[in-house]
Design a protein around this ligand. Structure first.
Ligand code: PLP
Length: 398
């Protein structure tokens, strides 16, 4: 049975041409880029070529790109590294403040919570509306004299809502220009946006941008942190001087090469892939919203092209995922990182969905290989799954 894979927001397959690009760096050009001999130089050239490709894609300088192992590591580096770098500017009794949305990925929320628990920062949570949208004007209200970082994700991974990152960047730029003791830096988690939305750093007005390779057809285990020049940052791993001293440890050359290739493909195929995915996602939404008791989560229009997310009354998300999986359809309930737990998703809770309703959450995330017939198959099969689960539940009510 060929799988209908609709969990691309959790992870994607590695593109065949990415694998081909990586292959020589495992057993042929396998030198250590820190060495000066010819093998080392070959590896170094490959790493720098990939850095150039990513910099070009983001409209940045190559030396503003730091390779990491994943988005989570990138976020730990930016948030902890900035706080450590600026904390000596604070007088005793005061500490840096970080402003975030309550629907950030755990990579941001847990990093901030950890620093807060250690007494290193205070955290302010921005209000969001029922779609998960931030109002840039609320940034002005949330910012305090001690604020040093605002972190707002570009696309929410569970509900697909696209945040007005460029407008927020503009707002922060104006606040910084008005003269402050502590400059505010701006981070966006672009993990779900990188291949579909404009991620050019000057367009967004950001100082930090993070993403991970395995959502864009590169392997798991490679990520990027963009750091604007002159941004204060202290490395969070001690050791060698790799990555301009910001990330110790021998570079993962094959994976770095693979990521460069994946970004190149994303750039080249965006024009053709994006309208197709967007059209198919709308078709899926229309088909599923016609089922009684199915409601959309996230913004109806301001949403990423690849994420369709719902709540289904009278059916458990995990049970739907398992039954769909038995039929060869791969979806998820909430995000991959929270679906192993039966606690309500923090994202759905933050947008006002009750714990009971959020247990019926279901997310389909499309990829570049998704076809119309696969979407139609889901539209045909999901009602059967829902009916079966509702029939089994004595409590079912629409
Ligand atoms: N940020 C977002 C929006 C994500 O969707 C994910 C992964 O689900 C991450 C961060 C973390 O990515 P990784 O697990 O590769 O570090």
């Amino acid at each position: 049975m060929k799988l209908i894979y609709l969990d691309n927001a959790a992870t994607t397959a590695v593109d065949k041409t990415v694998i081909t690009a990586m292959e020589p760096y495992f057993d042929n050009d396998y030198g250590n880029p820190s060495e000066w001999h010819s093998s080392g130089r070959m590896a170094k050239i490959a790493v720098e070529e990939s850095r150039n490709k990513i910099a070009k894609f983001l409209g940045s300088n190559p030396d503003e790109i730091v390779f990491t192992s994943c988005a989570t590591e990138s976020i730990n580096l930016s948030h902890k590294g900035l706080v450590e770098a600026v904390s000596s500017d604070f007088k005793p009794g005061s500490k840096p403040n970080v402003v975030v949305t309550p629907i950030e990925h755990k990579a941001v929320l847990e990093t901030c919570r950890h620093m807060e628990e250690k007494g290193e920062i205070t955290v302010t949570y921005l209000p969001i509306d029922k779609y998960g949208l931030v109002n840039p004007e609320d940034i002005v209200i949330a910012i305090k004299p001690d604020t040093i970082l605002v972190s707002v994700m570009y696309v929410n991974n569970e509900i697909g809502t696209v945040e007005p990152v460029a407008k927020i960047g503009d707002t922060i730029r104006k606040i910084n220009k008005s003269g402050r003791e502590h400059r505010i830096f701006f981070h966006t988690d672009a993990t779900q946006a990188i291949q579909y939305l404009n991620c050019r750093v000057n367009f967004l007005g950001i100082d930090f941008l993070s993403f991970t390779g395995h959502k864009i057809y590169a392997p798991k285990g490679i990520g990027v942190l963009y750091v604007r020049q002159s941004t204060p940052l202290i490395r969070q791993s001690d050791g060698g001087d790799q990555e301009r001293g910001l990330r110790a440890g021998t570079e993962d050359v094959p994976y770095i090469v693979g990521l460069g290739r994946a970004v190149e493909i994303a750039k080249r195929t965006r024009l053709s892939v994006l309208p197709k995915i967007s059209r198919l996602r709308k078709r899926l939404m229309k088909g599923l919203l016609a089922i009684p008791g199915v409601k959309l989560t996230g913004h109806p229009v301001k949403r990423a092209p690849h994420i369709a997310s719902f709540t289904v009354s009278g059916a458990e998300g995990e049970a739907m995922v398992l039954l769909l999986s038995d039929m060869g359809i791969i979806a998820s309930s909430g995000s991959a990182c929270t679906s192993a737990r039966l606690t309500a998703s923090h994202v759905l809770t933050a947008i006002g969905v009750s714990a009971e309703t959020s247990h019926g959450s279901l997310r389909f995330s499309l990829g570049k290989e998704t076809t119309e017939s696969e979407i139609d198959e889901v539209i045909k099969k999901l009602p059967k799954v829902i009916t079966k689960l509702r029939d089994m539940s004595p409590l079912t009510k629409l």
